[in-house]
Design a protein around this ligand. Structure first.
Ligand code: NDP
Length: 299
């Protein structure tokens, strides 16, 4: 584990606590958290990944997002190891497979996640995507887990606006805390309808793949003239710019995944960045906001 200078860490910690995201129940969360997809899969990277997650928590990125699906539980197991001794500092999120979201399976899945995570409760439990189990049954199962103290709250993931409308019309549906969806500069569809809808419901968005993962779309973003120019002027990296853009509005909490301390430090530093109106206009010109409905992007 690298020891970073206090002067590098303290300003980030302070920035992380300003302009927090507010859940409907009043819980305040920093605008940046940590993803864990594909973490825990390579034993040779294990210690680096644990050190990276712990540094992220020290910097204030206390939301850790995992899922029973990730590496068939290996991601949860690594997170369980990483949070030993600091559980109370973490806002722990996991997700259940849609085919485990019925009353017969949900509690078993939750118990298995808790065991791998070596904890007695989740702060947030998400339905990973919509499947064949009726939503009303999943809501009932989630409410039972809340009553049993196994989860503090529940939410959904990969729900488009129509799904959210349907959910909110069901008994108990308004208790959904959040919807975790794909959102980054190159994929802005949610700004047309889903983001405003969730704003009305006081359900902040958890933004996954905020760095556009690795791949061709990311290359396009990083090669953009606007991204390069703005990053250069702020003396930040293009990745930091992508994150600062993602969390600019006050109702999006981004969960970048990073497996090295260097990447985590850089990502956390995005909390310090204030993009100007001119920056945003320039980015809009290259990556326009949607002007009509675009179906939700899903990985
Ligand atoms: P991200 O957009 O977060 O990108 C992750 C990639 O970016 C990794 O290759 C990582 O490399 C690299 N990276 C991170 N920081 C930096 C940096 N500062 N400089 C250069 N490269 C960097 O992709 P994810 O798809 O992982 O999304 C984030 C999280 O969202 C997931 O881990 C998961 O928790 C969640 N998610 C949820 C989904 C859902 O259906 N609900 C679907 C997809 C993701 P390295 O690891 O080497 O640091």
């Amino acid at each position: 584990m690298t020891v970073f200078k206090k002067t590098a860490i303290e300003p980030i910690q302070q920035a992380m606590n300003t302009n927090p995201i507010r859940l409907a129940d009043g819980t305040l969360l920093p605008r940046l958290g940590q993803g864990t997809w594909q973490i825990g899969e390579d034993p040779s990277k294990r210690q680096d990944e644990i050190a990276a997650l712990r540094l992220g928590v020290e910097l204030g990125m206390k939301v850790i997002d995992t899922a029973e699906m990730y590496g068939d539980g290996r991601s949860e197991a690594l997170v369980g190891e990483a949070i030993q001794g600091i559980r109370e500092d973490i806002f722990l999120v996991s997700k259940v497979y849609p085919h485990h979201a019925g009353l017969d399976q949900l509690e078993k899945s939750c118990d298995a996640s808790l065991k791998r995570l070596k904890t007695d409760h989740l702060d947030l439990y998400l339905l990973h995507w919509r499947g064949n189990v009726p939503l009303s049954e999943t809501i009932e199962g989630m409410q039972r887990l809340v009553e049993a103290g196994k989860i503090s709250r529940w939410g959904v993931s990969n729900f488009d606006a129509a799904d959210m409308l349907e959910l909110s019309g069901l008994q108990g549906g308004v208790n959904c805390a959040t919807n975790e969806v794909l959102y980054h500069l190159g994929s802005r569809g949610i700004e047309y309808d889903l983001l405003p809808l969730q704003r009305d419901y006081r359900m902040p968005v958890l933004a996954y793949s905020p760095l556009a993962q690795a791949g061709s779309l990311r290359s396009e973003l990083l090669q953009s003239r606007a991204v390069k120019d703005i990053a250069e002027r702020h003396e930040i990296t293009p990745m930091q710019l992508l994150l600062a853009w993602c969390i600019r509005g006050g109702d999006v909490l981004a969960i970048p995944k990073a497996s090295t301390e260097e990447h985590v430090l850089q990502n956390a530093g995005a909390a310090l960045i204030q993009l100007s109106e001119d920056d945003l206009v320039r980015l809009d010109e290259e990556f326009p906001a949607p002007v009509s409905k675009i179906p939700l992007d899903i990985i």
